[in-house]
Design a protein around this ligand. Structure first.
Ligand SMILES: [Fe+2]
Ligand SMILES: [Fe+2]
Length: 284
């Protein structure tokens, strides 16, 4: 991989639409002590794609709403602030994953489902370990957008697909990230991290995205560790983000960093799997 191509990859980042202002403004509102839901509804409605995704997801049963809702306002009244944030960010992810990633061999729907499941795993873990509200927002952003780098790299993995498969065959022990480095000279975590940094998100968020395939980096803090673990769990449960679900190396102390016991995590898995199936079924 020449420097020239690497430059081209980072140039491509500018062609991606920026993080939606609607979502930015909605997150700001949701940080207030007394959330004005009417205002929140008006803001979200300014982006029809986000508004439509929100209603679609909220009615998907994975978010256990007791009844079907046809208006954003009604949904806000039933959901808690944390759930609104999670669904809002899942709706934003859906806006970006609207085209199949042919280079990674994954459909738009599958990568969106994968991202939502990562968000759901993060939500479940955050609840289990009583993660603070501020940290949860960073966690949800990083989990739901962790594979965004794939959109930019897709073009290059597509171009280099032959090399990709060759490297996979000749280096069966390598991790997905190592194969990406061999074939494209960079990994989608790095590209995604760079993107979120460019969008001026806090370091905790872009670092977590940068780190989600890197065994040394993912153990540098609780948020990167949960994002990485969520990705591993989503892949292992079969909600794969394409050419991603193999040769996972789970660092021995990953669970210690998160302060979660293996047994507690195992107990969560059936619930996560069920919620994943509901999301998948609903988005078909
Ligand atoms: Fe990834
Ligand atoms: Fe992923």
């Amino acid at each position: 991989m020449s420097e020239f191509i690497l430059e081209k990859i980072f140039e491509r980042i500018d062609t991606l639409p920026p993080f939606p202002k609607t979502a930015q403004r909605a997150l700001e509102l949701l940080r207030e002590e007394e959330v004005n839901y009417k205002e929140l509804e008006e803001i979200i409605k300014t982006d029809p794609a986000i508004a439509a995704n929100f209603l679609k997801l909220v009615n998907s049963a994975a978010f256990s709403l007791p009844q079907r809702v046809d208006s954003l306002l009604k949904a806000f009244m039933i959901l808690g602030t944390e759930q609104i944030k999670l669904i809002l960010l899942a709706s934003v992810a859906g806006k970006y994953f609207s085209k199949d990633l042919t280079g990674y061999g994954v459909s738009a729907k599958d990568i969106w489902v994968h991202s939502i499941i990562c968000g759901i795993v993060s939500e479940e873990i955050a609840q289990l370990i009583n993660l603070s509200v501020e940290k949860r927002e960073s966690l949800y952003i990083a989990s739901l957008l962790h594979d965004l780098g794939k959109i930019i790299l897709d073009l290059y993995t597509h171009l280099e697909a032959k090399k990709f498969y060759e490297f996979m065959e000749t280096n069966p022990e390598d991790t997905f990230m190592e194969i990406e480095w061999l074939a494209v000279g960079v990994d989608h975590g790095m590209v995604g991290g760079y993107l979120l940094k460019k969008w001026e998100f806090p370091k905790e968020i872009y670092f977590s995205i940068r780190a989600h395939h890197d065994p040394d980096l993912m153990i540098q803090g609780k948020i990167p560790a949960i994002v990485a673990l969520s990705n591993i769990i989503a892949n292992m449960l079969g909600f794969s983000g394409g050419m991603d679900a193999f040769n996972y190396f789970v660092p021995a102390n990953l669970l210690d960093i998160i302060e979660i016991k293996k047994e507690s995590l195992e107990k969560l898995l059936p619930k996560i799997y069920k919620r994943g199936l509901l999301v998948e079924k609903f988005l078909m």
